[in-house]
Design a protein around this ligand. Structure first.
Ligand SMILES: [Zn+2]
Length: 189
């Protein structure tokens, strides 16, 4: 929340804001987010323009989550660059746009939370990785391939897969009526 009264409404007036705030809630995506209460460093410039207040600057924070391949914990530094107009109520911008397109100044204050949530949603990776070349988990035994022995693999096929492979390896087995007609023949004989 920023109070815009100090800034005043004279276009061109400027105010810089350097603050560290605590995240009011978990902000981010399912697999990676800034935790509630985690510090968020704001280095912003508020500039009065005819239609409202233009906020520009950087936001720095640490996001935490889990690797989408190996499910190990990970942290990622997040740096966001903001350029956001907050419209004065009653301005032309406010009357020609929706509130979810252009945020509003309400009671002489602008609330950055929704802008941060939206920007994080675009900037954070949908599938975060603990490192670029994370090998993930072995599909057969689930071991983290990063700590498995070199060339980790499974020579023996799981009996269930072996049964499937045998079934689908035999073209005749694909025809569901086959077994039934054989049974019928056996009865007739
Ligand atoms: Zn990983």
């Amino acid at each position: 929340m920023f109070d815009t009264r100090l800034l005043g409404r004279r276009p061109g007036a400027m105010q810089s804001e350097q603050r560290t705030v605590a995240a009011p809630a978990r902000m981010g995506l399912d697999l990676i987010a800034i935790a509630a209460g985690a510090p968020i460093e704001l280095d912003l410039r508020l500039e009065s323009v005819v239609e409202g207040v233009l906020v520009t600057g950087t936001v720095n924070a640490e996001a935490a989550g889990e690797c989408s391949r190996c499910l190990g914990p990970l942290t990622q530094h997040v740096e966001l660059y903001l350029t956001e107009l907050f419209a004065y109520p009653g301005s032309i911008t406010a009357s020609t746009s929706e509130e979810d397109e252009v945020p509003r100044i309400e009671d002489d204050a602008l609330n950055l939370e929704q802008v941060l949530v939206d920007t994080l949603g675009l900037e954070l990776p949908l599938r975060p990785l603990c490192r670029e070349d994370c090998a993930g988990l072995c599909l057969e035994c689930g071991i983290d391939l990063a700590i498995a022995e070199p060339g980790h693999g499974h020579d023996r096929m799981d009996p269930r897969w072996a049964a499937l492979a045998a079934k689908f390896g035999d073209p005749a087995a694909d025809q569901p009526d086959d077994q039934a007609s054989q049974d019928l023949q056996t009865e007739e004989n």
